[in-house]
Design a protein around this ligand. Structure first.
Ligand SMILES: Cc1cc2nc3c(=O)[nH]c(=O)nc-3n(C[C@H](O)[C@H](O)[C@H](O)COP(=O)(O)OP(=O)(O)OC[C@H]3O[C@@H](n4cnc5c(N)ncnc54)[C@H](O)[C@@H]3O)c2cc1C
Length: 314
């Protein structure tokens, strides 16, 4: 008797793929375990566009198994020393590309200085995925509904990459070019993500709506708000799930600038965010529902940020 095979459901390219386990075998590939960044970049350069970096494997391996990708070479960077270091410095936080989601979520400097990052990571899949998945992999994978690209946009992260031509720094706003498309060249790897320091007493909020716990977000919204003398000095609002890449709600941010953070200002900013988005309809939600969620969630994250700002300042 043939044993029953469980169905496996994974979301890739915005689609929930369901297949029977026995079909899930990757195409053949050559495996290279890089011992250094130089090993990794030269293996990528030697194989043109036909090699992929393997980090946590939580997105890449399902894509191989579903035969959505068939690279000739996988360059495993898990043995490269120092790539998972998380370090505070005068400018903020330097996060190694191989830092695992769970490592970051439970890291004391992240909890103390970027609680919005820790909160967002709590919504990434399930613990088993957070134990393996890495921040570099999540940014490079660039899913339009993923939490870490959203937080990179929110916090104006700088993404440090190295390729055959040497290192360069890419601002998060220039990094995400579209769904699963980034500014990375084929021979480049992400080595570090720099998060600039936030002003003291900055409040924050993070909210998302999913069909089921652990799913990718239908819509996710994150905000930080800094205040002085009762007025907003800087508001940042970032959205995911409403376009090909995470985006800042810049018109809504402008609405808040110089205002007291009261109900009227929050309502005006929420409406502005909702009016500015042009989401599409897919299997999971209609464009109208996503637009509605942007308004509701923006209101919630701004209220949460305001409460936290007041608490910090008192
Ligand atoms: C069931 C399930 C549920 C999930 N739910 C969520 C969710 O709710 N939210 C969410 O955000 N994610 C979710 N994920 C994805 C998860 O967060 C992955 O960990 C992440 O997207 C990829 O990280 P990784 O380290 O596993 O990368 P990998 O899978 O190893 O690689 C992903 C891609 O990035 C490239 N890459 C990896 N590292 C680098 C690097 N340093 N430099 C250059 N390129 C690199 C790879 O070549 C590949 O193209 C889920 C995954 C699964 C299986």
């Amino acid at each position: 008797m043939i044993p029953q095979q469980p169905n496996v459901r994974v979301r890739i390219l915005g689609i929930q793929w369901t297949r029977v386990c026995r079909e899930m075998k990757p195409p053949p590939f050559k495996y290279i375990a890089a011992g250094s960044i130089e090993d990794a970049t030269s293996a990528l350069a030697d194989n043109g566009g036909d090699a992929k970096v393997l980090a946590g494997g939580q997105s890449l391996v399902p894509m191989l198994n579903f035969r959505l990708l068939a690279p000739a070479v996988l360059v495993d960077i898990n043995r490269v020393p120092g790539l998972d270091v998380v370090e505070e410095n005068a400018d903020g936080l330097a996060v190694g590309a191989l830092a695992r989601h769970h490592q970051l979520q439970t890291s004391p400097p992240v909890g103390a200085r970027y609680p919005v990052l820790a909160a967002a990571i709590g919504h990434v899949g399930h613990l088993a995925i957070r134990n393996r998945g890495t921040i570099g992999g999540s940014l490079a994978h660039a899913d339009p509904a993923a939490e870490l690209p959203l937080i990179a946009r929110l916090l104006d992260a700088e993404i440090v990459v190295i390729g055959a031509a040497g290192p360069r720094i890419i601002a998060a706003r220039d990094f995400f070019l579209g769904a699963h498309t980034t500014a990375l060249e084929a021979d480049e790897i992400i080595t570090r993500i720099d998060l600039p320091a936030l002003p003291p007493g900055t409040g924050w909020g993070f909210e998302e709506v999913t069909r089921r716990a652990g799913d990718f977000a239908l819509v996710a919204v994150a905000a930080t708000v800094s205040m002085a003398d009762g007025q907003v000095t800087q508001a940042r609002i970032a959205l995911a799930g409403v376009g090909e890449s995470p985006a800042r709600a810049s018109a809504a941010e402008s609405v808040l600038s110089g205002q007291a953070l009261e109900d009227d200002a929050i309502d005006a900013a929420s409406q502005s965010a909702r009016d500015a988005v042009r989401p599409s309809t897919d299997l999971h939600a209609s464009a109208d529902y996503r637009r509605h969620l942007v308004g509701v969630l923006t209101g919630r994250v701004l209220n949460a940020a305001w409460r936290r700002t007041v608490r910090e300042a008192s």
